[in-house]
Design a protein around this ligand. Structure first.
Ligand SMILES: CC(C)(COP(=O)(O)OP(=O)(O)OC[C@H]1O[C@@H](n2cnc3c(N)ncnc32)[C@H](O)[C@@H]1O)[C@@H](O)C(=O)NCCC(=O)NCCS
Ligand SMILES: Nc1ncnc2c1ncn2[C@@H]1O[C@H](COP(=O)(O)OP(=O)(O)OP(=O)(O)O)[C@@H](O)[C@H]1O
Length: 283
């Protein structure tokens, strides 16, 4: 608990009061207490305010269950930025990313309508590490700016907890953007079986796709929160409820200052400092 005490009727106090009314409006659960006193130092009023905002990383291996967990977050009204959807937009016909990829891989990767044939491009890059690295290098700047734009949209809406579903969070070194990091883990055999069942692909292709990513055990060792999705959907939901509580816990002050509300608060404090400073120097 942080306590501020100031005298009524002073200009500084009026601005402090307004600022903390603002904090009270936006904060979730970090407690800040403001005590207002009159000229005789009698306590008049007390405000208790609370806080919320964070970027949560959600990652794992291919078919480990990230989208399934994302959907659980969405069902609770928590916004999710999906890197796979951003990557799809990057390959949309005539976009900047599309032009770079077609120039590098040739028109053989296109369908008759000019759109990228994703299955064909997938076959090429998941069986050839050099080509995969080339594709990653070409698409990475577009994907990261696309993700940034999506975060910005949510930030402008005033969202305080945003889930970033990024399969290659560690590989692309985006893990420093997020805290906490949730890794959805499954054992290798379950992962393979779920991938085969979902994508109706052959075992060689499925193994190539799994091996194209950092080993899930290494990802697990880097996690703040681990979801073990080897069991049933019911077991997954049980774990999810605990994870949701962790993710929605009160914000730290650093997280708050990074939120839209934090930025507005910083602006109000700056204005307040200028107003008070001008008055002090005028005397
Ligand atoms: C190669 C592409 C066209 C194949 O498309 P396809 O529809 O078959 O797969 P989809 O995009 O749905 O991806 C499925 C999963 O594959 C894995 N994956 C995708 N790209 C990669 C990659 N470059 N390296 C390792 N794994 C990858 C992810 O786990 C992803 O969730 C597509 O995956 C792609 O554009 N990949 C490069 C962009 C990228 O890095 N995406 C990941 C976002 S962080
Ligand atoms: N606990 C579970 N029990 C049974 N099936 C599951 C479970 N969790 C996920 N699945 C299924 O496994 C498949 C892979 O899950 P999902 O699509 O969520 O993985 P993903 O990590 O998002 O994959 P990708 O990296 O390819 O986007 C899906 O068909 C999903 O319905």
């Amino acid at each position: 608990m942080i306590t501020f005490t100031c005298q009524r009727h002073s200009q500084a106090q009026a601005v402090f009061y307004l600022s903390f009314l603002h904090l009270r409006h936006y904060f979730g659960e970090v407690k800040v207490s403001l005590s207002l006193t009159d000229r005789n130092n009698n306590k008049k009023q007390r405000l208790n305010v609370k806080a919320r905002m964070r970027l949560v990383g959600l990652t794992g291996g291919i078919a480990s269950g990230k989208s399934t967990v994302s959907n659980l977050f969405k069902s609770q009204g928590v916004p999710v930025v999906d890197a796979d959807l951003v990557a799809r937009d990057v390959l949309k016909k005539d976009s900047g990313g599309y032009k770079k990829v077609v120039a590098a891989f040739g028109e053989d990767i296109l369908q008759d309508n000019g759109e990228v044939d994703r299955a064909k491009l997938g076959q090429i890059v998941f069986s050839d590490p050099g080509k995969r690295q080339l594709l990653n290098r070409l698409m990475a700047p577009f994907i990261s700016s696309g993700i940034f734009l999506e975060i910005l949209k949510q930030w402008l809406k005033g969202q305080k907890v945003i889930i970033l579903d990024i399969p290659l969070l560690f590989e692309a070194k985006m893990d420093s953007w997020t805290k906490p990091i949730i890794v959805v883990w499954v054992d290798t055999e379950t992962q393979l079986q779920r991938l085969l069942a979902r994508d109706k692909t052959n075992e060689e292709d499925a193994r190539n796709r799994i091996n194209a990513q950092m080993a899930l055990d290494i990802k697990r060792s880097k996690a703040d929160i681990i979801i073990n999705n080897t069991g049933s959907l019911e077991e997954l939901e049980e774990q999810f409820q605990k994870v949701l509580a962790q993710v929605m816990r009160p914000l730290t002050w650093t997280e708050f200052w990074l939120s839209r509300q934090g930025a507005i608060t910083a602006l109000i404090f700056t204005i307040m400092a200028v107003v008070v400073g001008r008055n002090v120097f005028r005397r």
